[in-house]
Design a protein around this ligand. Structure first.
Ligand code: DAH
Length: 380
């Protein structure tokens, strides 16, 4: 059968074969209607291209671009195939048209979804930045040296059954003085230069944590074993050794048959745990709320120059005041001194932290200089 296709179209046919890139289309058998054969093969090719577009996927923008250029650029496949439309026999125009439209739609949708994929990835990048970059260091805080020492004292005493109690920083005269056996006009009140908030009735900034002893005894019956850490205030000139604000830890032990020996053993246990030192001495002293009263010294030693300096060449260091609770104090809190006895002690936290961390100036605790505070990062 003679081909109904004009020479020019045959040429076109082979050119299109080129377009279809290594097309498997061979010379058409001589016996078929070349016209039909040509457009049917084209439709098959288009379907192949649809399959190719459907499975296409990529992670790179470049290859998506190449995909777009191959199909829908000005000189892309779709335009070239469209240009062939006029040569397609009428009865095949419908199939051909449908096939090429499907191809166009498939390619366009594919480009759209891949594009959106890239954009959403970029958006994530926008939110989180470059996920491979080194992280921003988290600033680690440090505990204040006073808190460090306070926690250490709490731990040591909680191991032998003491609980922790607290009282207000603004006190009344009764709890700070009167109930602790400081009678009005007694010179012992002058030992503690007081900040008054209001006179008559007296409200003041507590001068010591001993006021918590009274509050605790008001609310609890013996046996009592409590320590009370807290901030105290005294109207003192500020220098490298003293400040108008500082911290104390009070201790109170009340039970039947508590003796001075119990006090001494408790103090020895504490100094061993706190400073690793096992030699203490008690010097007689006076506090209105204890009888007898004593100052506790710990033997620090005289090994280094610092030891000489901080112990003023004696090797001994004063760390706290203590004594047996005065019966008047028990009575003031409605505890029968015939039945109960006890001991109390009080120590300054600033002083202990100065010893343990070799801090030379008490003012540093309150200046909030981060260069000072950061030095305690490794302590917990
Ligand atoms: N409150 C005393 C002061 O601030 C310290 C003190 C001494 C407390 C002896 C006590 C104690 O409980 O028994 O100087």
């Amino acid at each position: 059968m003679k081909s109904t296709i004009p020479e020019a179209s045959l040429e076109e046919f082979f050119r299109l074969n080129e377009i279809f890139n290594h097309s498997k289309v061979k010379h058409p058998p001589k016996s078929v209607n070349l016209h039909n054969y040509f457009s049917e093969t084209m439709i098959d090719k288009i379907k192949e291209l649809i399959g190719e577009a459907e499975v296409f996927t990529t992670e790179s923008k470049e290859s998506l671009d190449a995909f777009r250029i191959k199909f829908i650029s000005k000189k892309g496949l779709i335009n070239e195939i469209f240009a062939e439309f006029k040569n397609v026999p009428n009865e095949q125009k419908k199939d051909f048209g449908q096939a090429i439209n499907t191809l166009k739609k498939t390619v366009e949708e594919k480009i759209k979804t891949l594009q959106e994929n890239f954009e959403s990835k970029e958006e994530i990048k926008g939110i989180y930045g470059d996920l491979t970059r080194p992280g921003t260091p988290i600033p680690v805080g440090a505990r204040h040296p006073i808190s460090l020492v306070k926690n250490q004292v709490i731990n040591i005493f909680s191991n032998i059954g003491f609980n922790v109690s607290e009282g207000p920083e603004i006190e009344d005269d009764w709890h700070n003085f009167e109930a602790l056996n400081f009678p009005e006009h007694h010179p012992a009140r002058d030992m503690q230069d007081t900040f008054f908030v209001q006179m008559n009735p007296d409200h003041l900034l507590r001068t010591h944590t001993s006021s918590v002893q009274v509050r605790y005894m008001e609310n609890n019956q013996p046996p009592i074993r409590t320590i009370s850490p807290g901030r105290v205030f005294r109207n003192e000139a500020i220098s490298s050794r003293s400040h108008c604000i500082f911290h104390q830890v009070e201790g109170l032990y009340i039970d039947k048959d508590v003796s001075f020996a119990d006090l001494k053993q408790t103090l020895l246990y504490f100094t061993k745990e706190m400073f690793g030192k096992s030699k203490i001495r008690l010097r007689p002293s006076y506090f209105p709320f204890t009888e007898p009263s004593a100052e506790v010294d710990v033997y620090w030693g005289l090994k280094t120059e610092t030891d000489y300096r901080i112990t003023k060449g004696t090797g001994w260091l004063e760390i706290m005041g203590c004594g047996m609770v005065d019966p008047n104090v028990l009575k003031a809190s409605n505890i029968d001194p015939e039945e109960y006895s006890g001991f109390a002690f009080g120590m300054g936290l600033e002083r202990m932290a100065m010893l343990l961390y070799q801090i030379g100036d008490i003012r540093m605790y309150f200046e909030n200089d981060v260069r000072f505070l950061e030095q305690f990062k490794s302590n917990f």
